[in-house]
Design a protein around this ligand. Structure first.
Ligand code: ADP
Length: 406
């Protein structure tokens, strides 16, 4: 017998019958959904890890609870019409229980697993012919030697789950180095299924394709962008990717849309890619897919100011199965520069300074405590010239971070 619905558990609709979107995780992505939610007239509610989590500071409905605590997540989901995510760390058993409860999860657990587990992702993408680096699942030293004999050292080793900003990724030059690294990063649990090995790709640059797909199958793609990484952390995004071969851009976009469709992704999907030089003179450069994220993503922050519909608005539209907005660019170039925490934790005077110096900046700060290297905000600049946009965005980001003082 099913339990009688408790009226206090019913989703709290806003006046006009507008729905509540629940976001599990109170990081900056959930925070940045709040502005578009206000404009769309929908309500966001956040299950935050702490009262001072980035999103909890700006979203009025932000109960505190862990994404690993099934009862907390369940109670939260009962208050929402649909549930989506700020990160990919919700455990499979929690997702399965929510699904059994009838919660509308976007993306679904069946899709999300391919953003949670890099081995599952490689297997699935290979099955429908998406270009990927050569890869193998290694469970033993012998597996490692066999793979390295095929692709050559060094190889790139990745923990299948839980990595971000390059943590969980290591270029290794021999079996002993791999064993040392695994001993350092792995508890026995997460690596029971093996470690992902990939050839080290000699890429010319990194690209990202961002698409959104709704439950009824409508999809939209933003311009292909270039992502610039420094020490494994994304520092800049150039939109669109400068000088990209039009055929490559079209193919990469088609692949992003195809992945979204094949995996049944709902919401925003980011497909990170490597651009590789043309195999022979006269042919076009090619791409290999690196990894997937099924949520708004750092490579799409530029779209908040540089596209007709930004990724946070589009994610809300998609998970609610509303018609999607126009993803076209608003300017010839938009550059996003991440503000990475430095030594200073007082940001406000630098913030005032950059605004006074350049009224065209769009500064987005996340309300997070400053720690060295932590992403605490970003700056978007749109301009007619790429050099202009890039110089201004990186200057402002570095100035706010305290990396430069003039
Ligand atoms: P994370 O999940 O931490 O973002 P990624 O798989 O995206 O990890 O890897 C982080 C970075 O490491 C990439 O942006 C890229 O610069 C580099 N990298 C990852 N895989 C490879 C590879 N197979 N060959 C060369 N570089 C790689």
């Amino acid at each position: 017998m099913s339990a009688r619905p408790d009226p206090t558990d019913a989703p709290r609709r806003t006046p006009g019958g507008f729905p509540v979107v629940g976001v599990i995780g109170g990081g900056q992505l959930a925070r940045m959904m709040q502005g578009p939610a206000v404009e769309l007239g929908v309500q966001v509610s956040v299950l935050a890890e702490a009262p001072d989590a980035s999103a909890a500071l700006v979203v009025p409905s932000a109960p505190v609870g862990s994404h690993t605590d099934l009862e907390a997540v369940r109670a939260f989901a009962r208050q929402c019409d649909v549930v989506t995510f700020d990160h990919e760390h919700v455990p499979a058993d929690v997702l399965a229980a929510l699904q059994a409860d009838g919660v509308a999860l976007h993306p679904s657990p069946a899709a999300l697993v391919f953003a949670q587990d890099k081995l599952a992702m490689r297997e699935r993408l290979a099955a429908f012919g998406v270009p990927c680096p050569r890869w193998a699942r290694a469970r033993s030293g012998e597996d490692v030697e066999t793979f390295a004999a095929t692709v050559g050292w060094p190889v790139v080793a990745k923990t299948p789950r839980g990595g971000y900003d390059g943590k969980g990724v290591r270029v290794v030059h021999g079996a002993a180095e791999l064993a040392d690294w695994l001993a350092e990063v792995a508890t026995p649990g997460p690596l029971a299924d093996g470690v992902l090995l990939e050839e080290r790709v000699a890429f010319s640059r990194e690209l990202a394709v961002l698409v959104a797909r709704s439950p009824s199958g409508q999809a939209a793609a933003w311009a292909v962008v270039e992502t610039v990484q420094t020490d494994g952390i994304c520092t800049e995004v150039l939109a669109p990717a400068p000088g990209i071969d039009p055929g490559l851009a079209a193919e990469a976009t088609a692949t992003g849309l195809r992945i979204a469709g094949e995996l049944g992704v709902t919401g925003v999907l980011a497909v990170e890619m490597f651009e590789v030089p043309a195999a022979e003179a006269g042919s076009a450069p090619a791409y290999l897919v690196n990894e997937l994220a099924m949520r708004p993503h750092n490579s799409g922050h530029w779209s908040m100011d540089g596209a007709v519909t930004g990724q946070f608005e589009q994610h809300l539209r998609a998970v609610l199965d509303l018609p999607l907005g126009d993803p076209s660019t608003r300017a010839p170039w938009t550059v996003m520069a991440n503000v990475l925490g430095g030594e200073h934790d007082e940001l406000y005077s630098a913030y005032r300074h950059v605004m006074a110096r350049d009224p065209g900046l769009k500064v987005h700060l996340y309300g997070k405590a400053v720690r060295p290297g932590r992403k605490i905000g970003h700056v978007n600049v749109s301009a007619r010239s790429l050099t202009d946009a890039r110089t201004r965005a990186t200057h402002a980001a570095d100035y706010i971070a305290g990396a430069i003082d003039e």
